[in-house]
Design a protein around this ligand. Structure first.
Ligand code: NAD
Length: 711
């Protein structure tokens, strides 16, 4: 795991090299080996200095989370482990000889904390390498000195955003921030590290904070520090509504830890770190954002035995908002794309969308003119179906209209090999019905992208009744190829994501009709951890579109259609008031020219607000908005619309921004506890309606004391 050697000049090398892993990670075993090597080097009088580096493409990717979860089950043990690690890194720092981190590739989390403990950090000029402390993004905090050394090194105001947002940066950016000391060509990395050890390193291997009179730049007891913490706390609160204890702990680590000496600071950090590992928020985030997304990306649910499909050329029908976005995603992955619309102008406009995105990347120095030319060269804008010849997959993204979709399906299939897949990006029309227009329904599938495609990482794959296992497997290969995350669902109205997401918006509208103050509804949505309030979201989706989808559902379902409290709200807003949403500049909100939307003053006239004494508590509104999504998801599991609870969780977070600290719609039920969740839903059903009634699946689980997850 760790190679150790000393050369003739007395420079020791400690090389991370975990043979059985794609990347080096920190776990009990690798740290024990690292620790042995460190003390060997420290205790060997012949060793003048030490290079810490890696034999793999990357440096060290961070902690092994499986191991971390296991070991943190016992808080006292976790604290002892943390103290031990802090001591090891502190001993590096006080070794009395120089340690240099030769950062050959990505160094994240614990990996970068090793570098922080070293006396100098030299990074290879590898633009693909990422450096940072991303622990905050999975509910944790850097617990191996990161919250103490980084602010001491680069100052509190630069360190806080890195710690709180878990940003990862390339070596050049890291150099600008002071996170590394030098960036050198990869080929020179080790020679440069050695030169430093034998040169300057011999006299400069005492950290500033181990020298007399050191004060942390911008510590809380300095005027600048007081400002930074006051503003920082307010900003944090505005962003997180206190939902992320780890973010608060990071603030506390930096605030408290920089007022004391480093050894005391590290102890403070360890305690907060262990508190994080014990929190339900961290467990939820690690489970869904790390493990479940990881499994989805590895195509854990891909039907077995189907050879992997490689893709070279795909077709896209309809070059509108979605078609243009999908063309961008596919061409970014190096695929040839035939982008077809009814006029050449419309097709070219769709292609221009990629040109625009590439221009932005060039401006941000993330791409070159040559990259742009190459990628645009992959996209052929056309009106001719003949150009689809040779496509392995065609995705339809034309108007949401059955007849038009049927027409383009037939025209496209006429040009395709019998093995080609035809996919629809419909957001509302059942796939099985659309497949009726296909001559080979086994090859017909739904690929539901989210808008804007270039930013949204999820694709909901919808299996129609006749979709074959092979088609599903090959469609999953495509989603992986374009570096998106797939979840797999069965055909049903609204599929999974639109169906559950709609309950959030509908619940908000229903409350408005009940006389709940709209400001409470909106604030509750945000305080619940959703990206925006339900009324603002309805405006963004477009009230008109929601009204239209509802009318279509009514028509399709006939007597089986069930109205709800939001229906009269939509009717009034769209039909009588013509306030159809954000696009038109008026919906539940007004959208003045200053860009600051405000709740429409006329709302109260049409939806009278109950007196203040009868307004619900914020916590109760939050509960309604969150529980309705979880109970609907449980129905989706019961009805086998979603087959894997991990897909439900991943889809909810990545698809519509369900709060990550809750772990997703299903993890949320586990967090509350199935039994109490059922009891609370029964109460909500009594008060507000049958939509809260828990499905049998949940009642049975409650009776049997079961949960969805075991960890
Ligand atoms: P859009 O109106 O922006 O684009 C549709 C495009 O299809 C237009 O460029 C139009 O000219 C073209 N088109 C229409 N008839 C055609 C035909 N016969 N042949 C070729 N091209 C034709 O619509 P959009 O928002 O991109 O949505 C497209 C599809 O994606 C719809 O089914 C929609 O439900 C679905 N969808 C939309 C979103 C979203 O957020 N907008 C999200 C997921 C899925």
């Amino acid at each position: 795991m760790i190679d150790y050697s000393v050369d003739s000049t007395g420079v020791a090398s400690i090389v991370w090299n975990m043979a059985e892993r794609p990347m080096n990670v920190m776990n009990g075993e690798s740290l024990a080996a690292f620790s042995d090597a460190v003390y060997k080097a420290i205790n060997d009088k012949g060793v003048k200095g030490v290079i810490v580096t890696s034999a793999k493409n990357d440096f060290v990717a961070g902690a092994d989370l499986v191991n971390l979860l296991k070991e943190s089950a016992d808080a006292a043990k976790a604290l002892a482990n943390s103290f031990k690690l802090q001591k090891l890194f502190r001993d590096i720092e006080k070794a009395g000889k120089p340690f240099v981190a030769a950062i050959n590739g990505t160094a994240l989390g614990g990996g970068y904390e090793i570098c922080l403990a070293c006396h100098r950090r030299i990074a290879a000029d590898n633009p693909k390498a990422l450096i940072g402390l991303p622990e905050a993004t999975i509910g944790l905090l850097p617990g191996a000195g990161g919250t103490q050394r980084l602010p001491r090194m680069i100052g509190v105001s630069k360190a806080l955003p890195m710690l709180l947002e878990g940003k990862k940066v390339d070596p050049k950016t890291a150099l600008g921030l002071g996170m590394v000391d030098e960036v050198v060509p990869a080929a020179d990395l080790l020679a440069r590290a050695k030169d430093w050890i034998l040169g300057d390193g011999q006299s400069s291997h005492v950290k500033p904070w181990d020298q007399k009179g050191f004060r942390v730049p911008e510590a809380a007891n300095t005027p600048r520090g007081a400002q930074v913490f006051t503003a920082g706390n307010a900003m944090l609160r505005a962003k997180t509504y206190g939902n992320y204890p780890n973010a608060q702990y990071i603030m506390s680590c930096v605030y408290e830890g920089t007022l004391v000496d480093i050894d005391t600071g590290l102890k403070i950090e360890s305690r907060y770190f262990v508190a994080c590992t014990q929190s339900k928020e961290a467990r939820n985030m690690i489970r869904s954002l790390f493990f479940s997304i990881g499994e989805a990306n590895k195509l854990a649910n891909r039907p077995k035995g189907v050879p992997t499909q490689s893709y070279t050329k795909i077709g896209i029908l309809g070059a509108g908002m979605m078609g243009a976005g999908i063309a961008w995603a596919a061409s970014s992955a190096g695929l040839q794309v035939v982008l077809l619309d009814t006029t050449q102008e419309a097709a070219e406009k769709g292609k221009a969308y990629s040109a625009g995105l590439l221009d932005k990347r060039i401006k941000a120095k993330k791409a070159t003119e040559a990259d742009k030319e190459k990628q645009l060269g992959l996209i052929k804008a056309t009106t001719s179906y003949e150009d689809l010849k040779g496509c392995e997959l065609v995705i339809e993204a034309v108007f949401e209209d059955r007849a038009i979709k049927a027409d383009v399906t037939r025209k496209a299939e006429a040009q395709l090999e019998p093995t080609a897949i035809f996919a629809s990006n419909t957001s509302t029309l059942p796939i099985t019905g659309l497949a009726e227009a296909s001559a080979r329904p086994a090859n017909f599938i739904g690929l539901h992208f989210f808008s804007p495609v270039d930013k949204m990482p999820l694709v909901e794959i919808i299996r129609g009744k006749q979709t074959s296992d092979e088609t599903l497997a090959r469609a999953m290969d495509f989603v992986k190829k374009i570096r998106k995350t797939p979840i797999v669902v069965n055909d049903s109205r609204g599929f999974y994501t639109s169906r559950v997401f709609a309950t959030y918006v509908t619940e908000g509208l229903t409350m408005l009709a009940e006389g709940v103050n709209p400001a409470i509804i909106e604030n509750a949505g945000k305080a619940a951890g959703m990206p925006v309030g339900p009324l603002a979201l309805a405006d963004e989706v477009s009230l008109e579109l929601m009204h239209r989808v509802r009318a279509q559902t009514k028509k399709d379902l006939g007597d089986a259609y069930k109205s709800d409290g939001s229906e009269p709200v939509l009717q009034l807003m769209v039909e009588k008031l013509g306030r159809i949403g954000k696009k038109a500049g008026k919906g539940f909100y007004d959208y003045p020219a200053d860009g600051k939307k405000r709740l429409w003053k006329g709302l109260a006239e049409h939806f009278p607000v109950k007196p203040e004494t009868e307004q619900p508590a914020l916590a109760d509104v939050i509960k309604r908005l969150i529980y309705i999504q979880s109970v609907e998801t449980a129905r989706c599991i019961e009805e086998k619309v979603v087959l894997d609870v991990r897909d439900a969780d991943v889809g909810s977070i990545m698809g519509w921004g369900f709060p990550p600290f809750r772990g997703g719609t299903i993890s949320n039920i586990d967090t509350v506890g199935v039994k109490p969740f059922v009891a609370e839903c029964d109460q909500l059903a009594q008060k507000f309606g049958a939509r809260f009634t828990p499905p049998k699946l949940l009642r049975d689980m409650a009776d049997q004391g079961k949960s969805f997850y075991t960890v």
